[in-house]
Write a protein that binds this ligand. Structure first.
Ligand code: HEC
Length: 156
């Protein structure tokens, strides 16, 4: 027996819905600014005061593990055989590239974490990092990005 036209249409409908759901980018999560430039401004309207920065960096420490950063980055001066550059002293490096502007340096970190291909680090051109690349992090909430960057900021 041939399936009725109605059943065929229903099945087609489900197939289309499934395709749409699996191919469309996920809807914007509240509190998550996906565009890297917009995120930098949303996360850092201004740089935090010293005390707030310290508290944020404490909150950021476990996030470095949770978001998988530790799989590719050590937090010491040594690379430790990992794919990415070691991150101790990263704020000094980034500051030097932004005329020691603390706000702009932090904003660059946000952009780089959101979109590492769009805002690559100079390591990208070093022989030791050829053919490596950092994955984008479009799903990290703005609030968590701020804590994560403050954690990176104080790594020595
Ligand atoms: C799959 C490996 C990988 C993961 C996971 C990863 N990174 Fe990276 N990261 C890299 C590589 C490789 C580079 C250097 C090349 C580039 O810019 O893509 C880099 C560069 C960086 C830099 C620039 C350092 C500088 O001095 O300019 C920062 C900051 C950074 N990563 C932070 C993070 C944070 C925070 C996370 C977690 C949210 C993370 N990375 C996750 C591989 C990774």
């Amino acid at each position: 027996m041939r399936p009725s036209a109605g059943l065929t249409f229903a099945m087609l409908g489900f197939a289309c819905m499934w395709l749409a759901a699996s191919c469309m980018p996920p809807a914007n999560t509240p509190g998550t600014t996906r565009n890297a430039n917009a995120a930098a401004l949303a996360v850092y309207p201004q740089a935090p005061a010293a005390e707030e920065a310290l508290e944020l960096s404490r909150q950021g420490k476990p996030l470095f593990q949770r978001f998988g950063c530790a799989a590719c980055h050590s937090v010491t001066q040594e690379r430790q055989g990992l794919m990415g550059p070691p991150l101790a002293g990263v704020s000094d490096r980034v500051l030097a590239r932004h005329e020691y502007n603390e706000l702009e340096a932090r904003r660059w970190l946000v952009k780089h974490i959101r979109d590492p291909q769009g805002f690559p680090s100079p390591f990208k051109d070093e022989a030791a990092y050829k053919n490596t690349h950092m994955p984008p992090n479009s799903g990290i909430r703005d609030e968590d990005l701020r804590a994560l960057v403050e954690y990176l900021w104080l790594l020595r």
